[in-house]
Design a binder for this molecule. Sequence first.
Ligand SMILES: Nc1nc2c(c(=O)[nH]1)N[C@@H](CN(C=O)c1ccc(C(=O)N[C@@H](CCC(=O)O)C(=O)O)cc1)CN2
Length: 299
Amino acid sequence: MASSTAPPAKIIDGKAIAQEIRDELAKEVQSLSRSHNEIPGLAMVIVGSRKDSRTYISLKKKACEEVGMRSFIVALAEDVSLADVVASIRELNADPDVHGILVQLPLPKHIDEEKVLSEISIEKDVDGFHPLNFGKLAMKGREPLFHPCTPQGFLELLSRSGISIKGKHAVVVGRSNIVGLPVSLLLLKADATVTIVHSHTRDPDRIIREADIIVAAAGQANMIKGDWIKPGAAVIDVGNNFVDDPSRTSGYRIVGDVDFQEASKVAGWLTLVPGGVGPMTFTMLLKNTLDAAKNKVLQ
Ligand SMILES: Nc1nc2c(c(=O)[nH]1)N[C@@H](CN(C=O)c1ccc(C(=O)N[C@@H](CCC(=O)O)C(=O)O)cc1)CN2
């Protein structure tokens, strides 16, 4: 049961932190454009018509506009062939106005994700999912050109909230390629002791209770209860679960993997959902695209 005497958790407002960074990025975009006549451009490839993917692509486009970057959307039909997806990526690789390329995931089942991601030019792989970049992320003493955006946003949130990692026990709940696995690797590189909890882990609550830092990326609404959390722990909720809510005009609301009400009474720090790690994901994508443009002109 959550303690009623512990001070309430410090709430980490990712939206506000993301806005601070975007203001800094907008200035850098302007200065790059003035000094080198180069405007960072992000190309986004979307295959099919998943509603969530389309929403994320339009939010990414809006984020680009906000900081003065260009964006290009390549929308391909659900039944497109692998060869046509690869051809689109090769065109974007050769386009000098495109500094960053992302392929919105997940792809339809018939498209070989690894093949598609490995076609993106390393220098333009702003999502950090090219097997070479991802492989370097996993290797001690190596650094990829770009880190995946959600894990990078997560690290930035910790750092800007004054939460240290070195020597801490971090428990990551979930092992997806987009979040759980790369977050675990980044935490390990930052000298945390890392435990990954997943669907085959026995007694997850017992393990999570030992964590100084909890990263919830399981995709299960309100899974982590207040009494699973060590008092004072930093709880970073990456969950984005859509639950029915007839009281809303949309008919749904987004909740995290952590029971926010319970956690807020026991955690030391707690992120909002929505408005926590999510906005940082878009912001890190902008940062990586700017870095790709800077790498191009400064090489
Ligand atoms: N190529 C990629 N595909 C996917 C990624 C990715 O990083 N690269 N991540 C997810 C989807 N995603 C970005 O693409 C993403 C999902 C959700 C959010 C977000 O900000 N969520 C909000 C709430 C949503 C809303 O208000 O509509 C929040 O948490 O505040 C950002 C990015 C899978 N695919």
